[in-house]
Design a protein around this ligand. Sequence first.
Ligand code: AMP
Length: 426
Amino acid sequence: MHHGRGSGIYAGVKINGVKGMNDVLPADVARWHEMESVAREVFALYGYREVRTPAVEHAALFARGVGEATDIVNKEMYVFEDKGEELLALRPEGTAGTVRAFIEHGAFVEGPQKWFYMGPMFRRERPQKGRYRQFHQIGCEAFGVAEPYLDAEQIALLADYFARLGVTAELKLNSVGDAQCRPAYLADLKAYLVANQGALCADCKDRIERNPLRVLDCKVESCQPVLEKAPRLLERLCEPCRTHFDQVKAGLDALGVAYRIEPRLVRGLDYYVRTAYEFTSDALGSQSAVAGGGRYDRLVETLGGPPTPGIGFALGEERLSMILEKVGRAAPERRPAVFFVSADATGALEGLRLAAALRRAGIACELDPRGGKMKAQFKQAERVGARWAVVLGGNEVATGQAKLKDLQTREETPVALSELAARVAG
Ligand code: AMP
């Protein structure tokens, strides 16, 4: 993540980027390509297809689809009136828009579907390490299958993805029950939290009525003793939810995916049922969650579609990028194969022409259009990391012969310009 480093001594008025919204500079982009190309590769193996939805939706979609009781809608959403006509919002997450598109285009008539997305999300949070106001998520959503092996498969997909990237992440697993077993549990949980609210933080107290499950998720140290003793939904699951949970675990065992049961892991919304999961990494510090997911069997219906079960996750690219940076996994940036050094005006024009020809053949090359001293051009060749240099001047152009200089070994070998592409390819 990069914050402005330019000095402020120039005449113009400098306008910085918006707080909490980051630039990804060219030196870091290779890591983003890696995250995204490996995602596309792995997701395709599991039959997930990419969908691209707008960054702006009707605010009402998130109020319904994410929930008015959640912080991300209630406090953090960027909402604006579009010329006084419609209330629109920058998407704070990707599931609601994906489900809207799924319903709007009637995709449900084709039976079960697996979709994924990637792109920027916006939440007006207090920026800190790992928490930004514009951030990027990669997410998967699977529609139309209620059975637990889908859950196991989706979780395994994410485990595969991390493994491919060389990232170690810990899987935490829970069940949040369903409309059968949750209401009675919630009543007990509320009663317990009210009875102990003296020992809870202001946020927790605030959530007891609005979103009691979310209280369990509080990370404030002083709240932990009360929360550790809170009643556990996992011990109160109805028979179908229990069976579902057991089968998810059996699926994960069969797939060799290790998990830790985390009874306080929740997804704080009514339409979330049964499976809830999260991947965390020690490399991250306090914002340790790199991905979170859960089953949302009633969401499609809530948003006006036919009853359609579903399960999905979202992972944060900024956080994954931080992990990749730590474990030293970054695909190297592409470096030019050849740098054309011009000895004179004839050579400069020939360099321009040859570079274009090599690029058309798929070979990256560079030259310094400023020309100038050859020594300075060689320096430039090293700075950009070129593999070879070729000096061109009137003589080389006239004879069609030049010298290919290996910039690592400093060895020079003769080369016919007509064979240059073949010599440096591969
Ligand atoms: P959520 O949509 O809140 O379940 O978040 C899913 C994942 O997105 C988290 O595990 C994080 O990796 C990432 N994430 C969520 N909020 C932010 C944020 N404000 N800044 C950066 N990453 C975020």
